[in-house]
Design a protein. Structure first.
Length: 543
């Protein structure tokens, strides 16, 4: 039976969005399709009435969404409406009309509920380490802020400070006049200062920004900091001082100049300078120094809220409280991984890591990278057996892993990709794109994974390491085989070269006879009666 397919529709003040996902039994979901249309329901917010031409435009868009959902075989559609519709005097009539004509029945949610749902998305998609976090979301009609820790919200608020609203009130000139810019800043400061005082009393470790406006500003800020536009904005950090510099730059540009900014969606150019003033003022008021960008927002929060009403999903979240581990397991399950093999390889690889710490001097974060790569190393079988290691790298890069920054995802993909066959080379695009330090880590961790995977070549968990000893000349791995383990030992020896090169030590794999203790010194005869050796691997055992 296929996974349940759900669509989430967000009728925002600035744009309409729909995302379609397949929900796994574990509670994780995979995005199947996304669509977005700039409709500007909030363009007449100060008047409090949605004009008929805008209603007709929105209806046509939602009809298209309904048709796409039907084509995609969607089982359930979740839909919410935000600031523009909940404030408009004809907002209720608009939602009824949408429901009658499209069969998509949306509910208008409060600003506090919107903040809660966005916080839920953030908590499940970025790594907050259980620390208190501040959320900031800028929409067309309102700004939502929330503070929480360990998934529990301690403060949630919504203020009528969206970019479309501020443009209608204060944005007659382009570029903004000094007086208009000052009035926007004063209005934002007045509205946000009571919340800012409460937030400063609570304190926070992380500040997270979501929504199209913040992501667009974050992309420009990150480009200014690094000289190149990031491929993904998720989990990217930008400095508040860079946002302030960007504000000064954008408020001096007219619409035509803003439209020409590299990588900027032209549909946002008419309000982005106002968004920059708004965001800079918010960050200043709340004493934010760095902003962590998050690509998940209201739609994903709506999906998670629905999914978490199912007990199995709650059990999964309890079993994997860390968002990164949960995301890795969800991707592995979507790809129908061999769980016993993956966990056995993970245990062996991390044992190798722990035994050689004084040589490689890597930390616990790198150990976690090895764990994640080990669990995912064979998911390429989901596409095909041939070249499955290459397919694995692709799936990790494009699998929507949450809680990782882009460099970490690149590292996991490279470690998993090189668990077999070719060694890492600079001419390979995925490996060559890593920095020098990350290339060293990728080679070393892949070397450990290659040996660990070799020790379960048959996927039957016949061979288990019982002791790993490191001395000035070599690394000695003592294993115990349950039954015939010749194939595994042969394969592990054959794959040991990368690890030997990285550690500068020979790798010896020795089998232990039944009943022998790991503390016994000296080589132990293997299942074939021959002593273990390093260097060129012997011929594979006959099966």
């Amino acid at each position: 039976m296929r996974a349940m397919r759900i669509a989430a529709v967000d009728m925002g003040s600035n744009s309409l969005h729909m995302v379609i996902v397949d929900v796994a039994r574990s509670g994780g979901f995979q995005v199947i399709d996304r669509v977005k249309d700039m409709v500007r329901l909030g363009s007449a917010l100060p008047e409090g009435h949605i004009p008929e031409p805008v209603i007709r435009q929105a209806l046509n868009v939602v009809k298209g969404y309904s048709g796409l959902a039907a084509t995609r075989g969607v089982d359930k559609i979740l839909a919410v409406a935000t600031s523009a519709i909940r404030e408009a005097d004809n907002g209720g009539d608009f939602l009824k009309r949408v429901g009658r004509e499209t069969r998509i029945w949306a509910r208008a949610i409060s600003g506090e509920e919107e903040a809660r749902l966005i916080y839920l998305a953030v908590h499940n998609s970025v790594r907050l380490e259980g620390k208190r976090a501040l959320l900031v979301d800028i929409g067309g009609g309102s700004v939502e802020i929330a503070v929480g820790s360990a998934g529990k919200i301690e403060l949630a608020a919504s203020e009528k400070l969206g970019v479309l609203r501020l443009k209608e009130l204060h944005g007659r000139h382009d570029p903004l006049s000094p007086g208009e810019e000052r009035r926007i800043e004063e209005q934002v400061a007045r509205a946000i200062s009571p919340h800012a005082r409460a937030i400063r009393r609570l304190g926070f470790r992380h500040a997270v920004g979501t929504s199209g406006t913040i992501l667009a500003l974050g992309a420009l800020a990150r480009t200014a900091e690094t000289g190149r536009r990031p491929e993904s904005l998720h989990h990217v950090v930008v400095k508040a001082e860079t946002i302030a510099d960007l504000r000064r730059r954008l408020t001096r540009l007219d619409l035509r100049a803003r439209t020409r900014l590299p990588g900027l969606d032209p549909d946002r150019a008419d309000v982005l300078h106002i968004g920059a003033v708004l965001l800079d003022t918010l960050l200043t008021q709340m004493k934010v120094r760095e902003l962590l960008l998050c690509e998940w927002a209201l739609r994903e929060g709506l999906l998670l809220d629905y999914i978490q009403s199912h007990p199995r999903t709650l059990a999964r979240a309890e079993a994997y409280p860390d968002v990164r581990r949960r995301s890795v397991v969800e991707l592995a399950e979507r790809c129908l991984y061999d769980e016993p093999h993956a966990r056995h390889v993970c245990a062996t690889a991390t044992a190798l890591f722990d035994a050689t710490r004084r040589l490689h001097r890597l930390g616990n974060e790198d150990r976690a990278i090895l764990e994640h790569a080990s669990l995912l190393h064979d998911i390429g079988h989901h596409i095909s057996h041939n070249r499955h290691h290459i397919h694995t790298g692709y799936l990790i890069l494009n699998g929507g892993l949450r809680g990782f920054d882009p460099q970490e995802i690149d590292l996991i993909a490279n470690v998993a990709r090189y668990h077999r066959r070719a060694l890492p080379r600079r001419k390979h695009p995925s490996f060559g794109s890593l920095t020098g330090a990350f290339r060293r880590k990728a080679r070393l961790l892949a070397g450990m994974l290659r040996v660990a995977d070799g020790l379960d070549r048959s996927h039957r968990q016949h061979v288990r390491p019982v002791a790993i000893r490191c001395n000035p000349t070599g690394l000695r791995i003592l294993v115990r085989a349950q039954g015939d383990g010749e194939l595994e030992i042969w394969e592990a020896r054959r794959r040991a070269m990368l690890l030997e090169t990285c550690l500068g030590r020979s790798v010896t794999i020795e089998t232990m006879a039944p009943g022998r203790r790991a503390g016994v010194a000296g080589p132990v005869p293997g299942a074939s009666g021959k002593r273990a050796a390093t260097g060129r691997a012997p011929a594979p055992p006959s099966r």
